[in-house]
Ligand binder design. Sequence first.
Ligand code: PA5
Ligand code: NI
Length: 184
Amino acid sequence: MQEFVTVNFETGAMDGHLKYGESNIGDLVGFFEDEAARKALPQNLVVYQVQSYCPEAEGTEGGLFFGVSKVLPGLVGDEYFMTKGHFHAEEDTAEFYWGITGQGLLLCMDEQGRTTCRQISPGVLLYIPRRSAHRLVNTGNSVLTVGACWPSNAGHNYDRIRRTGFSVRVKNINGAVSVVPTSD
Ligand code: PA5
Ligand code: NI
């Protein structure tokens, strides 16, 4: 097996022995606020894709993984396309995200449910502290491409986000990007 992968840092294109994941509208039941709007869209419409280089077995302590996520532009009702978002299964693990193409927001929510919202665009490097759920939102008209590096023992825990979501949602209201508290 080849000992390296290649990454184009202007486009986010990766090549080599990679893992590939894709989430479409049909996979995202329960993540968007407007379920009727989600159901009305083509279920095979791609919302985001992730390529990752995982040179260690998942769960190994002391290793690192590297990935590139691409969130397509679009709306479910008035809510921008976004990733599911997750806490790390191993809670005391952090992560770096950096913008490659497009425009968006990174939501980070602590265990008390307090969410911070930071802009991400090409060249911006954002640190996601441990014990903090994270979600990417594409607020632009082009693909939001974001690089990521995280510990190989971090894992992904989607349960809490599936149940309670983040404490804010990012919507297009009258043409403007609006961060609004999540309604119960
Ligand atoms: O490890 C990460 O945080 C990223 O690679 C995400 O997994 C990726 O952006 C997809 O998001 P999610 O795992 O929330 O579906
Ligand atoms: Ni993560």
